[in-house]
Design a protein around this ligand. Structure first.
Ligand code: ACO
Length: 399
């Protein structure tokens, strides 16, 4: 039995809420979601309007500073980020210490944590100049680390950032450029990747963002907090779902199993079988990001001249699931991860890079949320309660 009195804290009661289904951990002015209606807004701006008119860097500024930047603010932000893309040469040896089979998400997290060792004297969470500098450093350097994780996984040499290029073109060149050849950027890919990064830029108190805020609440610096957020994102129930969706589609195609039969297995809750890329803790309606990604998938594949049977398979799965009582009753719809993988694949990214792309997209949100938490006078160290269910007091043998 539970001794409720001993659990009483300042508020007079303790709530047991597995998965924080009903418990708010903070107030926040950054992102608004209405899961029933399928609404997502960054700082009040509907995601559909941003998707059509804005860019990843502009949205990064919006999330971090609260307002859309003026043209000169955006220009100097872009310029500052370009000036900080280089990694310390010594940091590159970290990549060779890791096995070639290392998952790029682990590499990204490890290298982000390692970055802090280069900036220890400039990492005080309560020094606004340090915070500002490290915000720019991370926006500039994490894409470079991500691209090096990719290059490492395919055994190719790392390229230096080309700071004449835009943020997204630089990132694409670091991933797909080859040392001896001139890199030609592809405007279709640039626009599509910019959009996908922007659509992932924030999503209020999801698992990785909550992790970033929790680690930040201990006074740990930005590098430590974001490195932990990357690890939280890697799980298949969170960002890792985009990788899991492609694996699922590939398995269905290779096994020759019909889509109907696969959906039956999902409904029967066969061990380990879920419709990946479906369902969401907050959205009980179509994820507005998934809608935008689905539209983009058709456009991008057509513009790149790629036809992928996995896209048709994904659409067939969606249609069958949306008409099925199991999914209707549970209000399960495609989430942002359902169609992104097909686009990343068409661009040439290996499946294991998909969640890394999500992380680069989410970075501005993590930074904005960390800054909001650190400057909120009401922030306390995050420390959930528990309901103890173990043994009552007992004596050590012989005592
Ligand atoms: N396939 C089949 N059944 C599902 C799925 C799914 N993808 N998602 C939820 N369900 C079922 C559950 O089995 C449960 O059924 P029950 O009531 O009969 O037990 C019911 O729907 C409610 O699901 P919960 O797991 O309780 O919902 P929760 O809010 O805890 O989980 C989550 C949300 C983790 C996203 C879940 O829907 C899921 O596992 N989806 C697949 C993984 C995925 O796509 N993750 C990405 C999420 S978005 C993001 O992080 C970017």
């Amino acid at each position: 039995s539970i001794d409720v009195a001993s659990l009483t804290r300042q508020t007079g009661h303790t709530t047991l809420d597995y998965g924080f289904v009903n418990t708010a951990s903070t107030k926040s002015a950054i992102t608004y979601i209405d899961g029933d209606q399928g609404i997502l807004r960054y700082r009040g701006y509907p995601i559909e309007q941003l998707a059509k008119n804005s860019t990843y860097l502009e949205v990064a500024w919006l999330l971090i500073y609260g307002e859309l930047p003026s043209a000169s603010e955006l220009e100097s932000f872009d310029e500052r980020i370009r000036r900080h893309t280089l990694l310390h040469e010594d940091l590159k040896s970290l990549f060779s210490a890791l096995p070639p089979t290392a998952h790029p998400m682990s590499v990204l997290s490890a290298a982000t944590a390692a970055l802090s060792t280069y900036y220890e004297s400039e990492s005080d969470p309560h020094n606004p100049e340090h915070v500002e500098l490290n915000t720019v450093r991370m926006l500039a350097k994490l894409p470079v680390i991500a691209a090096y994780a990719h290059k490492k996984s395919i055994g190719q040499a790392f390229l230096y950032p080309d700071n004449k290029l835009s943020f997204v073109d630089n990132f694409l060149k670091l991933n797909f450029g080859v040392m001896s050849e001139t890199y030609e950027s592809n405007p279709v890919m640039t626009k599509a990747l910019d959009l996908l990064l922007m659509l992932h830029a924030d999503h209020e108190q999801n698992a990785s963002t909550s992790t970033v805020r929790l680690v930040g609440s201990t006074g740990a610096n930005q590098f430590a907090s974001i490195s932990a957020g990357i690890q939280a994102l890697s799980g298949p129930l969170h960002g890792g779902a985009n990788e899991a969706v492609l694996q699922m589609l590939g398995r269905i195609r290779d096994s020759g199993e019909s889509v109907e039969r696969f959906v039956e297995r999902v409904k029967n809750k066969e061990e380990g079988v879920k419709l990946m890329g479906f369902g969401h803790r907050v959205y009980k309606n179509y994820d507005p990001r998934a809608k935008l990604v689905k539209e983009a998938a058709d456009e991008v594949l057509e513009a790149l001249g790629v036809s992928d049977p996995l896209l048709d398979l994904a659409k067939e799965l969606e249609q069958i699931a949306l008409e099925d009582d199991y999914f209707k009753a549970r209000r399960l719809y495609p989430n942002v991860d359902f169609y992104t993988g097909v686009i990343y694949k068409a661009m040439g990214f290996p499946t294991r890079m998909f969640t890394v792309l999500f992380a680069i997209g989410r970075l501005p949100g993590w930074l904005a949320q960390w800054r909001e938490a650190i400057t909120d006078p009401q922030t306390k160290i995050g420390r959930p309660q528990q309901l103890y269910t173990g043994a009552a007091v007992r004596n050590y043998p012989g005592v």
